[in-house]
Write a protein that binds this ligand. Sequence first.
Ligand SMILES: NC(=O)c1ccc[n+]([C@@H]2O[C@H](COP(=O)([O-])OP(=O)(O)OC[C@H]3O[C@@H](n4cnc5c(N)ncnc54)[C@H](OP(=O)(O)O)[C@@H]3O)[C@@H](O)[C@H]2O)c1
Length: 360
Amino acid sequence: MPQVKPSDGPVAVTGASGHIGSHVVRALMKRGYTVRACVTDESKPEKTAHLLAMNSGVYPGRVELRTGNLLEQGSYDEIFAGCAAVMHVGTPMGYANVNKPRQIYDGAVIGTLNVLESVKQAGSVRRMVYTSSFSAIAHPAPRGYVFTEKDWASDNRGKDPTWTPESIDTNGDVAYSMGKIATEQMAWRVAEEDGRFDVITVCPCVGLGPLLSRAHELPGSWQYFLGRMLMGKPCGRGWQHLWNIVDVRDVGDAHALIIESDKCKNGGRYQLTAADRSGELNAAELQEHLARLFPHIAVGGPPKQYEEIVAKYGHPYDAPRAYCDRAREDLGLTSRPVDDTLFETGRTMIELGIVKPAFK
Ligand SMILES: NC(=O)c1ccc[n+]([C@@H]2O[C@H](COP(=O)([O-])OP(=O)(O)OC[C@H]3O[C@@H](n4cnc5c(N)ncnc54)[C@H](OP(=O)(O)O)[C@@H]3O)[C@@H](O)[C@H]2O)c1
């Protein structure tokens, strides 16, 4: 499929209000696209003000708000009409347990099927980028194993009692991984059968970086736990393994680079992860970085029993290790240094009033 440029028509972004979606919108705005930013409710300023603020003249593009619901057939038919590309970022997430595991799975699969039907209906869309997740890649693997785009979360599951179809109703992590796998493969199949557009998938790992809205705090997310560390509280997530960090600004850029690339083809897949070992931190290392970046804050760290756990089971599992080499080589993606990512996450959380720092 020929690559897309701003003069070819608008680009629609589902999940535009979200943390990743907002950075996809911003990356497109920087390049001069007209962006149809799809939200679930245009009348909620807490979800849309930061998107409309991008129209202030700083960027050459233009944002237009549109309301759509992934779970309603035909909801995006009018929105996608005339669009050159679609960035399908939105999905019902499991943050704060607002969605049950089955809703997470169905939201991915059925929501994307509805998006694909609207893409077909539009007839103008040449490329769709689907925001999958590293959860569709990571599988049980030996310490230090380096994952690539060839890996699937369904690999090496022979002895894993949780990896069953029944778990989709009970286990949010499995429902999320299985939903992302099923959706990536379905989207490529539908595009192949249709022949008028292609689908490229991206698989971000731990997305951190500037929050553009208070709504991006997302209880249970990576940024939520980083914020708690700046409040001097223990890190309740991700202390048993590595945080393999990718900047959400780089994730936004990768989406935009994909629609403009002449190297991408239907079935293409890009893991968006650390560029090198500097972006793979365990919670104790994360704490050290934050303490250096925010010297006036008494930064919290791994839970109290951490040393006991390390003594008993060893250091945090050396996983997941993965590098975004393919995105860097094919798309020319540049990765921001991890300290910039961590600092901007913390700075924006403090400035937005989400985090009250534990000053020394
Ligand atoms: N953040 C990460 O580290 C990370 C890592 C890997 C993959 N991802 C993927 O990136 C995408 C965005 O995640 P995020 O972390 O940025 O989460 P988020 O901020 O919660 O964004 C989710 C978005 O989905 C939209 N949405 C939910 N249900 C919808 C529905 N029924 N109809 C239409 N839109 C709906 C939400 O819209 P409203 O706000 O308008 O309700 C929101 O904009 C997801 O596909 C996720 O799997 C994220």
